[in-house]
Design a protein around this ligand. Structure first.
Ligand SMILES: NC(=O)CC[C@H](N)C(=O)O
Length: 380
């Protein structure tokens, strides 16, 4: 067990939103300044998975749960090799983390990775503000000599926006790698890495799938070079409207009729490949308790989400697309946002949320089994 003895708890910090609202607090993690899109996550647990999810690249994450860091940081739960959030906002950091797996405090980990955070912020008030006004740019400034408010605000307003951001290549692997099947190998899947979380290939490997994780820049030829039984498109950061290369590759896969599964960014790519638009949600879905209905079975599942964009597809009709008929398979019961798509004439489907459940409930694990069934069907 480690205790937080770092001296930064007394260093002042300021959070400045692009609309001019300011919250004051104390430095948490690295001291300095950082910018990004302010988004809130309602997860009560799983902060380590959140911080290391590449989809949070260039976002400053506000935790609505008041106590963060209680179980410290372990060497098992990271979803990638580093923390990707550009800033972190908490109310009450744990003073003494306690967990049998904890190796260091969250404060130390953030500092070691150079991630600027702020503590002592009324994160519920900040979240209500973001719900009313929408996700917007933000800056966190910490240190003993801070710029004046006008200077800080001007810097925030110069930071890049999330709309129009093309970020997958910044987070995805540069080299292809293989995650071996556990037990007997039954299938080969080519997984296009747009910002993949570590648990996703693991969930496939558990089902006897050998996963070839390919860089975001992979071509249709690269995908077919691994002789795949199925093709997967991962989650990832940024605006799906910019993901033209991934859309083109997915169309190549749909033309060949190979079983296809997409998660989150992958769902948005499928939406675009079918000819639907995508749009920015006012403040997005981020947390681990979002109710989604699987319209193919009528069942409701509690699911993990992290998305700020969504697919614009008609909820109550089958659409004709260049790849045959398609329908909305899943919908969020909070706000009727499209949470899944499926083709009726080809073996392809996707969801906007996170069946890999890292962190989050395992209600949606059946989707990996659905992918396996599609691949079995193709062989039969
Ligand atoms: N987790 C994801 O794949 C997120 C997809 C996309 N960047 C969004 O915010 O909607």
């Amino acid at each position: 067990m480690t205790t937080s003895t770092r001296g930064t708890a007394k260093v002042p910090a300021v959070l400045v939103l692009e609309d001019g609202r300011i919250f004051r607090g104390r430095a948490y993690g690295a001291v300095g300044e950082t910018f990004g899109e302010a988004v809130f996550s309602t997860g009560m647990t799983g902060y380590q998975e959140t911080l290391t999810d590449p989809s949070y690249h260039r976002q400053v994450v506000v935790m609505t749960a008041p106590h963060v860091g209680n179980t410290g940081v372990n060497d098992e739960d990271a979803e990638s090799k580093r923390i990707w959030v550009s800033g972190y906002v908490v109310r009450d950091p744990a003073r003494v983390p306690s967990n049998w797996r904890s190796r260091r405090t969250l404060d130390e980990e953030l500092a070691a990775q150079g991630v600027v955070g702020i503590s002592g912020v009324d994160t519920r008030a900040l979240t209500r503000h973001l719900r009313e006004r929408g996700a917007m740019r933000v800056g966190i400034f910490s240190g003993n000599a801070l710029p004046d408010e006008g200077t800080m605000l001007a810097e925030v307003r110069q930071a890049p926006e999330m709309t129009g951001a093309d970020l997958s290549a910044e987070v995805a692997t540069k080299e292809a790698y293989v995650v071996p099947a556990q037990g007997e190998k039954k299938f080969t899947v080519a997984a296009v890495d747009l910002g993949i979380k570590g648990m996703t290939p693991y969930r496939m490997a558990e089902r006897g799938i050998e996963v070839h994780v390919l860089p975001a820049t992979a071509s249709v030829d690269d995908v077919y070079a691994v002789n795949p039984d199925g093709v997967f498109f991962s989650n990832g950061p940024g605006d799906p409207a910019t993901a033209d290369h991934a859309v083109a590759v997915m169309r190549g896969v749909l033309e060949r009729g190979t079983p296809l599964f997409g998660i989150c960014f992958g769902n948005q790519i499928l939406g675009r490949a079918l000819g639907f638009g995508t749009y920015k949600l006012k403040y997005g879905h981020r947390g681990i308790n979002q109710p989604v209905q699987d319209r193919t079975t009528g069942k409701v599942e509690v699911t993990a989400h992290n998305h700020g964009f969504a697919v614009d597809a008609p909820l109550d009709q089958v659409s004709d697309t260049p790849f045959g008929r398609a329908e909305v398979s899943h919908v969020c019961l909070n706000d009727n946002v499209v949470e899944g798509l499926q083709l009726l004439d080809k073996p392809a489907f996707s969801v906007q949320y996170h069946p890999e459940a890292a962190a989050g409930p395992h209600d949606a694990a059946y989707l990996f089994d659905r992918f396996v069934k599609l691949m079995e069907g193709q062989r039969a």
